[in-house]
Write a protein that binds this ligand. Structure first.
Ligand SMILES: Nc1ncnc2c1ncn2[C@@H]1O[C@H](COP(=O)(O)OP(=O)(O)O)[C@@H](O)[C@H]1O
Ligand SMILES: [Mg+2]
Length: 277
């Protein structure tokens, strides 16, 4: 077979190794765009006229007191919650409000929930292998020819999440922090364009937090990452641009120094101390 022929053959065979199907168009603007988004629960506006844009490859931290609407915002982006009004676009091509949860996920938006949900009885490696096939029907159809690139991708992700040494151990023996990394790795197997991470360092040791900071800053550029986090020290260690959410809207936005010196931000944090810290 000619060189070109073998290349196109590869592309066909390894289709599922390629980034998400419909490419997101960021030529004319941000990767994520929220405009005037409002959502009420029983008359209470959990999100109130929220405007937010995330650039392609950006690492953004979202902070804000409990109840500020951070998780609800992620629910809206991922299609779990429908806003009452507003616009939510992924690049300039995909109107997320016209799509359901699986459709949004298949565009390349990955979400890491607070609690790790790895398969404890399976090895670290097997967890990543399972995550590779979003469509689980693909697993039994993997031929020897496909196995090699899958293995390579898994090794790559193992390296990224720092679990290479533990790859054959059951996920159940991992520390809390390691489980969080494994779950991030499981999301990375799908090569998301945008990764949403809700409170990644809750319950982590100081050392695990440092490692997580390295992991997340290393991902930025390759994909866009939005991190919701309570821990100010952690946010300071990774943040480039920080958005402060309060009562469902953006209260302040800028560098960590800018927002932490903003009197309105100081007041919100002093007025509502963080019970989880
Ligand atoms: N499904 C729901 N039904 C009713 N109220 C909700 C629901 N989800 C969130 N809320 C309320 O919306 C507000 C924002 O919640 P949330 O987004 O979880 O805040 P955060 O993640 O910033 O702590 C809270 O007051 C919460 O009680
Ligand atoms: Mg929350």
């Amino acid at each position: 077979m000619s060189f070109l022929g073998s290349l196109s053959e590869r592309d066909r065979v390894f289709d599922f190794l390629m980034p998400a199907q419909s490419p997101v168009d960021v030529r004319h603007g941000p990767i994520l765009y929220l405009e005037d988004v409002t959502v009420s629960f029983d008359g209470f506006k959990a999100i109130n006229d929220l405007n937010l844009t995330i650039d392609d490859g950006e690492l953004r931290c979202i902070i804000g007191p409990n109840g500020a609407g951070k998780t609800t915002m992620m629910d809206i982006i991922t299609g779990k919650t429908r806003p009452d009004t507003g616009k939510v676009w992924f690049g300039s091509r995909h109107n997320l409000l016209a799509m359901n949860e699986p459709e949004i996920a298949s565009l390349g938006i990955g979400r890491k929930f607070q609690k790790p949900t790895v398969f404890e009885a399976l090895s670290v490696f097997e967890n990543l292998e399972l995550a590779m096939a979003a469509d689980k029907r693909i697993l039994p159809t993997l031929t020897a020819r496909m196995v090699e690139p899958v293995r390579e991708r898994i090794e790559e992700v193992l390296e990224t999440i720092g679990l290479t040494e533990l790859r054959h151990r059951p996920a159940g023996i991992l520390s809390h922090g390691q489980k969080q990394w494994l779950e991030i790795g499981m999301l990375l197997m799908q090569r998301p364009r945008l990764l949403l991470v809700d409170e990644p360092v809750a319950g982590m040791t100081e050392q695990e937090m440092e490692r997580t900071a390295e992991l997340l800053t290393g991902l930025a550029g390759k994909q866009s990452v939005v991190v919701v986090e309570h821990d100010m020290g952690f946010v300071r260690s990774i943040a480039r641009k920080v958005t402060v959410l309060h009562q469902g809207s953006v209260l302040a936005e800028g560098s960590m120094d800018q927002v932490s010196n903003d009197p309105r931000v100081v007041e919100v944090y002093l007025g509502a101390p963080d019970e989880e810290a």
